[in-house]
Write a protein that binds this ligand. Structure first.
Ligand SMILES: Nc1ncnc2c1ncn2[C@@H]1O[C@H](COP(=O)(O)OP(=O)(O)OP(=O)(O)O)[C@@H](O)[C@H]1O
Length: 444
C-alpha cells in the first residue's frame, strides 16, 4: 500500500515536472545503451556510449525495491549508492559517477568505463593466481583508494576482487559497486550488506563491527586471495576459528613481508588489527612496484590473453556456463542483504550457508569462489588492442589502436540481449507516455 502510494506520488511528480531533467527521455537523448556488461545481486550493468562525445560509459540499473538506504544529494532523495559515489568523485581510484536518472522502476547510474578493462576476479581467475609483484601493484592502489574513501567519510563495505576494475592499458584500478557503502562513523555498525567471506569474525560472533577495522580485514582477505588464487576462509566457522590453528597456510612461495601484512590485516581481535594507515605505510606496500608494462609482459599475462581470446569466441557459452554455475571452479560468495544478518536467519557460526558449493575435487581450488556479478570478459579484440597499446605506449597510438579495433568490432560482434533493463526501461517509457496522456486528459 505504502509502496503504491510512493509510486503514485513519483508519477505525479513526473506529471507536474513534465519532462524531468532526470527522466528516461533525457537519458535516452544523452546515452546509447549497448550490451550487458555485468550483473550482480542488486543490479545489471550495461555498456553505453554518451552520444554528445562518444565517451564510453557503464550504466547500472538498480531497482527501486532493492534500495535499502536512501540519502539526500543536492536536495534530491537518491539511493545511498549514488550519494556515496558522488562523495568520492575526487578519489582517483574510485569509478567516476557521471550522471544519474530516476525512472519509476528504479535508478540508472552512469559511470565512467575504462576501456579495455577486466574486473580483478576475472583477472586472477585468468592467471590462477598472480605474482607477488603484480599483487603489490594492484593492492597498493586499492589500499590507498580505501584510505581516501574513508577520509571522505565513505565506507565501501563490500571490498572484494569483483568490485575492482582494472584498466588493461594502464593497470589503474577503480573501485566499483558502492551498493553496500555507507557514511563512515566512529561507532559500531549492526547491519551488514557485503560479502560474508570477506567479513570479519566480530560480525559473526557479536553481530557488530567497526568500519575501518572491518575494511582492513576485507583487504587482508583480498590480498591473500590475490596471491593464493583462493580465499583464506571457507565459511563463518573458519573465519572465527582459524586464528586458533596458527598462521594461515600459503599455497605459493611469498615473502615474509607480505605474510606479515596479511597476518596483521587478519588479526582476530579488531583492536589488534593494523590500521589503514599502517597498511599503506607497511614496507611491503611502500616498496616501489614494477611498471605495468613489465608486469604484463610475463607468461602469466599471456595465459589471460589466450583465455580471453577463447572466451571471446564463445562468449555466449561462457556466460551461459557462469549462469548455470557449471564451472566447478566457481562457487558463490554471496552479497547478502540486511535480512540475512545473524539472528535474522538460522545460520550461525559454522554454517556454510554463504558458500553453498559442494566440496570440489581439487583441494587447491576449494575456496576459489564464483562471483555474483557475471562480467563478460574483454574480447580478444580488446585484449589485442591493449597488447598493441603496451608495445607502443604513446597516448596517440593507444587510442588510435583502440578506436580502430572498436570500429572493426562494431561490424563483427553481435550484442547479447539486455532484456531485463530494457524491459524495465520500455515499461518506464510507456508509463511516462501514459502519464503524459492522462495528464492531457486531466487538464481537459
Ligand atoms: N563502471 C564500470 N566499468 C566496467 N565494468 C563495470 C563497471 N561497473 C560494473 N562493472 C562490471 O559489472 C559487474 C557488476 O557490477 P556491480 O558490482 O556494481 O553490480 P551489483 O549488482 O551491485 O553486484 P553485487 O551483487 O556483486 O553487489 C562488476 O563486477 C563489473 O565486472
Amino acid at each position: 500500500m505504502k509502496k503504491l502510494a510512493s509510486l503514485k506520488f513519483f508519477n505525479l511528480k513526473l506529471l507536474l515536472n513534465g519532462e524531468s531533467s532526470r527522466g528516461f527521455s533525457k537519458f535516452k537523448k544523452n546515452y546509447k545503451l549497448k550490451a550487458e556488461l555485468g550483473r550482480g545481486g542488486f543490479g545489471v550493468v550495461y555498456r553505453a556510449v554518451r552520444i554528445c562525445d562518444n565517451t564510453l560509459v557503464a550504466v547500472k540499473f538498480i531497482e527501486r525495491n532493492n534500495v535499502k538506504e536512501w540519502a539526500k544529494l543536492n536536495g534530491e532523495q537518491v539511493p545511498m549508492e549514488i550519494c556515496m559515489l558522488a562523495k568520492c568523485s575526487k578519489v582517483r581510484g574510485v569509478i567516476r559517477l557521471l550522471d544519474w536518472y530516476s525512472i519509476p522502476e528504479g535508478f540508472l547510474i552512469v559511470m565512467e568505463r575504462p576501456y579495455p578493462c577486466i574486473d580483478m576476479f576475472d583477472f586472477i581467475k585468468g592467471q590462477g593466481k598472480i605474482s607477488e609483484e603484480m599483487a603489490r601493484f594492484l593492492f597498493r592502489q586499492i589500499a590507498m583508494t580505501v584510505h581516501e574513501c574513508v577520509q571522505n567519510r565513505v565506507l565501501h563495505r563490500d571490498l572484494k576482487d569483483e568490485n575492482v576494475v582494472i584498466d588493461l592499458v594502464t593497470g589503474q584500478t577503480k573501485l566499483i559497486d558502492f551498493g553496500a557503502a555507507t557514511l563512515l562513523r566512529r561507532s559500531q555498525y549492526t547491519d551488514f550488506q557485503g560479502t560474508r567471506l570477506y567479513c570479519p569474525p566480530e560480525w559473526f560472533l557479536h553481530s557488530l563491527y567497526l568500519g575501518r577495522e572491518a575494511a582492513v580485514w576485507s583487504l587482508g582477505v583480498l590480498l591473500y586471495n590475490s596471491l593464493n588464487g583462493r580465499l583464506p576462509f571457507r565459511n563463518e566457522k573458519d573465519i572465527c576459528t582459524a586464528h586458533l590453528l596458527g598462521p594461515l597456510p600459503f599455497f605459493v612461495p611469498v615473502s615474509a613481508e607480505v605474510k606479515d601484512l596479511i597476518s596483521k590485516c587478519l588479526a582476530f581481535d579488531p583492536f589488534q588489527r593494523c590500521t589503514l594507515d599502517a597498511i599503506i605505510n607497511h614496507p611491503w606496500v611502500k616498496q616501489q612496484p614494477l611498471s605495468w608494462e613489465l608486469l604484463t609482459k610475463n607468461k602469466a599475462q599471456k595465459k589471460t590473453s589466450d583465455k580471453m581470446e577463447k572466451s571471446d569466441d564463445h562468449i555466449s557459452e561462457t556466460l551461459g556456463e557462469e549462469q548455470s554455475g557449471s564451472d566447478e571452479d566457481r562457487s558463490h560468495p554471496t552479497t547478502v542483504s540486511v535480512s540475512q544478518i545473524p539472528g535474522s536467519s538460522d545460520e550461525g557460526v559454522g554454517s556454510s550457508a554463504s558458500c553453498s558449493n559442494t566440496p570440489p575435487k581439487k583441494q587447491h581450488k576449494e575456496y576459489r569462489m564464483a562471483k555474483t556479478s557475471l562480467l563478460a570478459p574483454p574480447t580478444s579484440i580488446e585484449m589485442k588492442a591493449a597488447v598493441q597499446a603496451s608495445k607502443t605506449p604513446t597516448q596517440f597510438n593507444v587510442h588510435t589502436a583502440l578506436k580502430n579495433q572498436r570500429q572493426i568490432k562494431k561490424h563483427h560482434s553481435p550484442q547479447p540481449p539486455n532484456s531485463t533493463v530494457l524491459t524495465a526501461l520500455r515499461r518506464a517509457m510507456t508509463r511516462e507516455a501514459q502519464n503524459r496522456i492522462s495528464g492531457v486528459f486531466a487538464h481537459d
